[in-house]
Design a protein around this ligand. Structure first.
Ligand SMILES: *[C@@H]1O[C@H](CO)[C@@H](O)[C@H](O)[C@H]1NC(C)=O
Ligand SMILES: *[C@@H]1O[C@H](CO)[C@@H](O)[C@H](O)[C@H]1NC(C)=O
Ligand SMILES: *[C@@H]1O[C@H](CO)[C@@H](O)[C@H](O)[C@H]1NC(C)=O
Ligand SMILES: *[C@@H]1O[C@H](CO)[C@@H](O)[C@H](O)[C@H]1NC(C)=O
Length: 177
């Protein structure tokens, strides 16, 4: 990371040599460069009081069949308790993209508002299990302190009611470029 910081201030003519140095430094760092983020996504279904989901297009009016589209703006919290500390929001476009309904695709942007990454965001994409079982998705980019982020994330539903879900997320990413 120190090598990357130095690299930014070098003149354009030195950029090629500099990027070789950074690549070597990142390879040496190995797993040490992996950042792990752990938090909980608190979702309240469309139609319930204080909903964090809007079903914007639903072919069968139940929001859970092939072709349905929903938008999410859910609080991210430190713990599974809805009263635990707010660390950001998970803002997403979700589409039911599997004919059998087993999975759906989401493009989630995690917008962090407190802690080390306040003001930074992560962009993620991938399919998740609509039954709440474990899913793995890609981290495709970031902004602010999380620029150049890439990696993967796992998620699964840890608790639910008939109108809400709490989903645990573990993100593993590198910021090397
Ligand atoms: C909805 O949010 C308001 C404002 O935060 C809160 O006072 C109210 O208790 C919430 N209602 C439910 C059902 O959670
Ligand atoms: C939603 O509606 C479709 C079409 O009527 C049906 O096949 C499906 O089982 C329904 N899903 C739920 C969760 O009710
Ligand atoms: C989704 O998770 C359930 C367990 O909650 C599992 O039985 C099912 O096979 C999973 N489906 C997919 C497509 O991963
Ligand atoms: C959800 O559960 C509550 C009790 O926990 C019940 O009052 C309510 O009618 C249920 N809603 C639906 C849509 O089943």
């Amino acid at each position: 990371m120190a090598a990357a910081a130095r690299c930014r201030s070098l003149a354009l003519t030195l950029l090629l040599a500099c990027s070789v140095v950074v690549a070597a430094a990142a390879a040496d760092d190995g797993d040490a460069a992996l950042t792990h983020l752990h938090f909980y996504f608190h979702e309240i279904e469309a139609g319930a009081p204080n909903a964090t989901v809007a079903n914007v297009a639903s072919l069968h009016r139940n929001g859970s069949t092939f072709g349905d589209v929903a938008v999410f703006d859910c609080p991210l919290r430190e713990g599974p308790d809805p009263a635990s500390r707010l660390i950001g929001r998970g803002q997403a476009l979700g589409v039911h993209t599997s004919l059998d309904g087993a999975t759906a695709s989401a493009a989630i942007v995690f917008v962090f508002s407190s802690g080390e990454y306040a003001g930074s965001t992560l962009a993620t994409q991938g399919v998740y299990n609509t039954s709440g079982g474990p899913a793995e998705r890609s981290i495709v980019g970031g902004t602010g302190k999380l620029r150049f982020a890439r990696g993967y994330m796992t998620s699964s539903v840890v608790s639910s009611t008939n109108t809400s879900y709490v989903v645990v997320f573990d993100l593993y990413l590198t910021l090397a470029y």
